[in-house]
Design a binder for this molecule. Structure first.
Ligand SMILES: C[S@@+](CC[C@H](N)C(=O)[O-])C[C@H]1O[C@@H](n2cnc3c(N)ncnc32)[C@H](O)[C@@H]1O
Ligand code: SF4
Length: 415
């Protein structure tokens, strides 16, 4: 309901969005800067709460995947020789399971793209070994993000997450011996049995162990998963989010998005809120000016196509200017900063020309506050956006991922 109302008010569409199966799509980028996302779909074990596309790690398939990924990089990069890549993000899955191949993958990216920005990688606590961190630093990763979820045993049990908090703390100590610019820690709030005290302890412990950024995600129960215990309700999450904002403020972290807090002056780290990006790997998405594309979720299909040097088929959502601008507005609202100049740079038209009424309405309702560069979300606006973002996850992401997990190449997805 909420997503439908927003679609009509902001994207001005009565009809739903339609993703269609395509062999390929040529994504156009007006901006000269783009981001790269590389999806590594392997894990040591599969956590029941996690919706991302991944399979159990096996040596043989990992090697074939790496070769396919290199082919995909080769094919796609020929289209964007004139662009500069200002960030590279490895996510998953558990990318460090391919630690032996990462030097080759990074080298390939550096040869085929003009890369000026930082390399970032998601790590599982079990990846935190001196050897791994040394390699990552040597091959140019300046930013790491560690999926802690919680330090409380009760919460980890509720998530069916196997690694114990004590061993995690021991591994985290290693980070201080290295020189990563950004150390992000992922926490989840709204876990059954979680208390305000344990959440506060989670936040403070992460900072004590050297986190420069904390991402705090509300626990979301995806329809295609089988969570034994369900997330806490809307009210409890509201109190928790308010508390997280307060703790962050007390210890000198600033809110950098609806769900992230960063040490003042540190470099922020995000995989999702970029204006343009190219995604590699199964399930990876790419965002251009003209379309949004999602690669197949089936690893075998992905590898088979790329072994023949064909891009794997994908789902494509074509944008008109208003829907593309609405997409921009959505993710910049998530960042809590709607910047007039960056909108103009991307669209060549004034922000207020496209969204005059929507922005006025946001101001009148106390969700937005105008400042010299555009609009910032207020505390109230941030809370409502937190609700919208969860709804968007249930209505859009859940639906797309559920279908893509069951069919390698669905004909069409209507959302
Ligand atoms: C790709 S995952 C994790 C990276 C790493 N493999 C790990 O397990 O530590 C990225 C983050 O998404 C968050 N996440 C995963 N499933 C979630 C869910 N159902 N609800 C909320 N956050 C979730 C977690 O905080 C997780 O660390
Ligand atoms: S949370 Fe991390 S380790 Fe667990 S299944 Fe998801 S990606 Fe893999």
């Amino acid at each position: 309901m909420l997503t439908t109302v927003l679609r009509i008010l902001i994207a001005r569409r009565i009809k739903p969005f339609v993703f269609e199966r395509r062999k390929d799509v040529y994504l156009r980028y007006r901006s000269s800067n783009i981001g790269i996302y590389v999806h590594i779909p392997f894990c040591r074990s599969l956590c029941p709460f996690c919706p991302y596309y991944k399979v159990l790690y096996k040596e043989e398939i990992a090697k074939r995947f790496k070769d396919a990924l290199i082919n995909e990089i080769e094919i796609v990069s020929t289209r964007y020789r004139d662009k500069t890549v200002d960030s590279v993000y490895f996510g998953g899955g558990t990318p460090a399971l391919l630690i032996d191949y990462l030097p080759e993958i990074n080298a390939k990216l550096k040869t085929n793209f003009n890369i000026s920005g930082d390399f970032a990688i998601e790590l599982h606590p079990l990846d935190l070994t001196r050897e791994n961190l040394k390699i990552l630093e040597e091959i140019g990763f300046g930013m790491i993000s560690i999926g802690i979820q919680s330090f409380s045993k009760r919460c980890l049990d509720a998530l069916d997450r196997r690694e114990g908090a004590q061993s995690v703390k021991k591994s985290l100590l290693l980070i201080k011996d290295f020189d990563f610019k950004t150390v992000d820690v992922d926490l989840i709030f709204g876990i059954p049995g979680q208390t305000l005290e344990s959440l506060k302890e989670d936040f403070e412990t992460a900072v004590e162990f050297g986190a420069t950024q904390i991402s705090t995600y509300p626990f979301i129960d995806f329809s295609f998963l089988n969570n034994r215990e369900k997330p806490l309700g809307r009210r409890e999450k509201r109190v928790m989010l308010r508390q997280l904002t307060q703790i962050a403020n007390d210890i000198g972290f600033e809110r950098t998005s609806i769900w992230t807090f960063a040490k003042r002056g540190s470099q922020r780290y995000s995989s999702i809120t970029r204006d343009n990006f190219i995604g590699f790997g199964p399930s990876a998405s790419s965002l251009g000016d003209n379309a949004f594309k999602i690669n197949t979720f089936f690893l075998e299909e992905y590898i088979n196509s790329l072994e023949k040097k064909d891009l794997p088929s994908c789902l494509v959502l074509e944008f008109d200017i208003i829907s593309r601008a609405s997409y921009w507005l959505f993710w910049n609202s998530y960042n809590m900063d709607i910047n007039r100049e960056s909108f103009y740079r991307l669209f060549g038209v004034e922000l207020e020309k496209i969204f005059y009424w929507q922005l006025r309405f946001g101001e009148v309702l106390g969700l937005l506050k105008r400042y010299e560069k555009g609009y910032k979300l207020t505390e109230r606006g941030a809370y409502y956006f937190h609700l919208v973002e969860q709804e968007y996850t249930h209505k859009y992401i859940d639906r797309i991922w559920r279908l893509q997990r069951t069919e390698s190449y669905p004909e069409r997805i209507i959302i």
